[in-house]
Design a protein around this ligand. Structure first.
Ligand code: ADP
Length: 159
C-alpha cells in the first residue's frame, strides 16, 4: 500500500488544496492530511476546527484519507504513519524557493522520505488560504475559492 502525508496549515482548506488531494489519491492508496499550527501565520481556525472542516468537505474520499493534527517534524510524522512520501502542491514559481529549502532539509533529516509535488489546476494557481482570509475579511465573494461549507464556517467566525 502506497502511503503519503500531505502537511500544511489548511486554514482554511481551499479548492486548491482539494485539487492536490484528488491528484495525490490517483497515485497513493492512503493520504494523511497533517494539519499543523503554522507559527509564522496567524490562524483563523483551531487545528481541531480545521480537521472537522476538512472531513466535511472531503467526505467523499474519507475511505482513503485521514486527518491528523501534529506539531511534530513532518518526516518523523511521516515515518510513524508508515508514509514513504510527503505531498506538496506547487502553484507559481514563488512556491519553489520555499519548497526547495524544505525538501532539502527534510532529505537531510530522513533520506528515506521523499517529497512529491503536484501542480495545481491553472485556475487555482493564484489561490492561497491567506488570500481567502483577506477577501473574507472584506466580505468578498469566495464561492470560486472555497466550498460552501468553508464559507459558512468563515462567516460564523468573522461576522
Ligand atoms: P503551509 O503553511 O505549509 O504552506 P498551506 O495550507 O498554505 O500550508 O499549504 C499546504 C500545501 O498546499 C503547500 O504545499 C501549498 O503549496 C499547497 N497549496 C496551497 N494552496 C494551493 C493551491 N491553490 N494550489 C495548489 N497547492 C496549494
Amino acid at each position: 500500500m502506497k502511503v503519503a502525508v500531505y502537511p500544511g496549515s489548511f486554514d482554511p482548506i481551499t479548492f486548491g488544496h482539494i485539487d492536490i488531494v484528488k491528484r495525490a489519491l490517483k497515485v497513493f492508496d492512503k493520504l494523511y492530511i497533517v494539519i499543523s499550527e503554522n507559527m509564522s501565520k496567524q490562524s483563523l481556525f483551531t487545528p481541531q476546527e480545521r480537521v472537522l472542516i476538512c472531513e466535511e468537505v472531503l467526505s467523499e474520499c474519507l475511505d482513503k484519507i485521514e486527518l491528523v493534527v501534529s506539531n511534530e517534524l513532518t518526516v518523523k510524522q511521516a515515518k510513524s504513519l508508515g508514509a514513504t512520501h510527503i505531498v506538496r502542491g506547487l502553484r507559481a514559481l514563488t512556491d519553489f524557493e520555499y519548497e526547495f529549502q524544505m525538501t532539502g532539509a527534510n532529505r537531510i533529516l530522513d533520506r528515506e522520505i521523499d517529497t512529491i509535488f503536484f501542480m495545481t489546476d491553472n485556475k487555482f494557481s493564484f489561490l492561497s488560504s491567506t488570500t481567502v482570509k483577506e477577501i473574507a475579511h472584506f466580505k468578498g465573494d469566495l464561492s470560486a475559492f472555497v466550498p460552501a461549507y468553508v464559507l459558512q464556517k468563515m462567516n460564523e467566525k468573522l461576522h
